[in-house]
Design a protein around this ligand. Sequence first.
Ligand code: SAM
Length: 293
Amino acid sequence: MSEALKETKFLMKKYKIKANKNLGQNFLIDDNALQDIANGAEISKNDLVIEIGPGLGSLTKLLLEKAKKVICIELDKKMVKILKDRFIAYNNLEIINEDVLRIDLNDLIKAEKENDTSIKNVKVVANLPYYITTPIIMKLVENDLDINGITVMIQKEVAERLIAIPGTKETGAITYTMYYYCEGKKIRKVENTCFIPEPEVTSEVITLNLREIPAVQVKDKKVMFNIIKSAYMQRRKTLINSLTSVGVFKNKEEGIQMLKKLGLKEDIRPENMKIEDFAKLTDLFLKNISENR
Ligand code: SAM
């Protein structure tokens, strides 16, 4: 029996724990998968690790051995109590009983770095609760946080969409946002039998390394992401039809002219657009608006 399975069974029995479905509690019990997440994050002795949703602490145990300090953010009070008991002997662990979506991560990281100037990198590591995967990842990448890398286990289909290269078949609107901010990499697949209780889906571990410079230059990234979202609302339609229906193009004729100017085919579909194409389209759209004022 794996070490993590033994410990999980022991803790669940001792503290009379039933996994809370509403909090996305699926405890990872596979030693190899746990090791691969911890190794995939490439943590060194001067790193601060922020773990989201530590649960019973199977991953935390490995992170504590690798990092200078681990800050765990866990919403469930019961888990916090267990973690405090379990890791009482460690002096490099801090546990915050909070909703990760409500916490000010910028303040938290700033305070830690001021407090300990030897901290080099900040890494986020997590087996994320499935029900809030996307808002958590968006919070981590969009807010210009002082974070170097994010290593998370999430639902496989979502993972593949996040790390796809825009313009390939797995692409969705979110793929462009991820690519703009990060370089994504797959670490491994994790079957649902590796959890207690078993989730219905297969999982995947990915790393998102935050880029120092965004993948493209664009006049207004928010406008670009809105155009991308509008284009992907009806991904089977041509770009011209989708963007004309939401008013990005005044009419089809204007759309044809704009795409021609950018060297794009008039029947191009959203999923064939590279991020550079959307950036150029956004700049042209903004230029047209300012000239027509
Ligand atoms: N890390 C543990 C593991 O790998 O076995 C548990 C992972 S479990 C998929 C997700 C964890 O996230 C649970 O412990 C759950 O209580 C916690 N959680 C759920 N929603 C949260 C939130 N909004 N903020 C912080 N933690 C949350």
